[in-house]
Design a protein around this ligand. Structure first.
Ligand code: ASP
Length: 357
């Protein structure tokens, strides 16, 4: 696994924002000397483009769940990222996708693992959520549900790229020399998006090819609700990227949402208790939950703490977070994370390296 570095975090105070969108395209040992100038600029352009796709939906009053699906579909089609076209190869030289989606307003969720022919796994995950009585489908069964749903199907080699083939070959050569089998590039290219819309609803989605050279039916955190993806209007929406085994063990996405929910409830109770009483001993006024929110610093502290806990077990990676109060945040313990953020407060920014704002 990648070397551990101090937690890299950024709090962007999107407080009072009417909508927020945060995206990632994977985390890992992403350093300036590892990317060519062309890669650097192509990835920034791709992130900015995907960010604008989701922002346009949110700006027009669209739902968070629609914005994140559209954003992730675009990243799935972009061969720079380990999702959809451009996903990594399995040990046997195939491509198998994992994806998940969750709607924080209903806590309904859908997920798929090991699909081979569905062009947009995130859309299949959404259909599992809305059109089936289930949450999680796998392999050929998931692909046949996809056909029944009329979703676009492609040959497995449509997803292939030369660069991912090279990475598999490099990994297999390294393995023959006794090197660790996984993550030859120490880079996780999974994609994800989280958003809050004008109604205050949050949603999260994640899509990936998993790890280069995965075998034995290995499944990472990305399609596991609670590990790689979670959304709950009472807390936040989270999408993760990194060493999936550790994210599963910590239940990273749910853990962050639950801690935010508990802190909110605690603060709200404290605020209500501090309201002055009138002469009859009745509170002067009532604080409705909708009038109250957590600060960006609270969100950041919780996300950092959960990433640190995952890191302490030996894992690496990061998360993106959006809250129903409009805060958007990143937290990661890797040297870099492909990422971007936009909100109604104006502006959109993309970043790659840990030291960028
Ligand atoms: N988390 C993904 C997995 O373990 C990998 C990634 O983030 O790129 O499958």
């Amino acid at each position: 696994m990648s070397s551990q570095t101090a937690a890299q975090t950024e709090a962007v105070d999107t407080g009072e924002a009417e909508w927020t969108l945060v995206i990632h395209g994977g985390a890992g040992v992403i350093e300036r000397d590892r990317l060519t100038a062309e890669q650097n600029s192509a990835i920034r352009t791709a992130l900015a483009h995907a960010l604008e796709t989701g922002s346009a939906i949110l700006r027009d009053g669209g739902a968070a769940i629609d914005a994140i699906e559209a954003t992730v579909r675009e990243l799935e089609d972009d061969p720079h990222f380990n999702a959809g076209r451009g996903a990594v190869f399995t040990y046997d030289g195939a491509i198998e996708h994992d994806a998940s989606i969750m709607d924080g307003s209903t806590r309904s969720a859908g997920a798929v693992t090991g699909t081979s022919h569905t062009r947009h796994p995130v859309t299949l995950a959404r259909r599992v959520m809305t059109e089936s009585p289930h949450v999680f489908l796998r392999g050929a069964g998931a692909d046949s549900f996809s056909v029944e749903q009329g979703l676009e199907q492609v040959e497995n080699d449509w997803f292939e790229t030369d660069e991912r083939r090279r990475q598999l070959e490099e990994m297999l050569a390294g393995e023959a020399e006794g090197l660790s089998a996984y993550d030859i590039d120490l880079k996780y290219g999974t994609v994800g998006a989280v958003a809050m819309d004008r109604d205050g609803d949050v949603a999260a989605a994640t899509s990936t090819g998993g790890l280069t050279g995965k075998r034995w039916g290995r499944i990472g955190d990305s399609p596991v609700i609670g590990a790689g993806t979670y959304a709950d209007n009472r807390g936040c929406a989270v999408s993760a990227t990194g060493s999936g085994e550790y994210f599963i063990r910590v239940g990273v996405a749910h853990e962050i949402c639950a801690q935010i929910r508990f802190r909110f409830e605690q603060r709200l109770a404290g605020a209500r208790a501090s309201v002055r009483a009138d002469s009859d001993g009745m509170p002067d006024h009532y604080i409705h939950a909708s009038e109250f929110g957590l600060e960006a610093a609270d969100i950041q502290e919780i996300a950092d703490r959960v990433i640190a806990e995952m890191g302490a077990l030996g894992g690496s990676g990061g998360v993106i977070v959006a809250t129903p109060w409009g805060t958007g945040t990143y937290a990661f313990n890797t040297p870099g994370m492909y990422r971007g953020m936009a909100s109604s407060n104006g502006g959109a920014s993309v970043a790659i390296y840990g030291d960028e704002d």
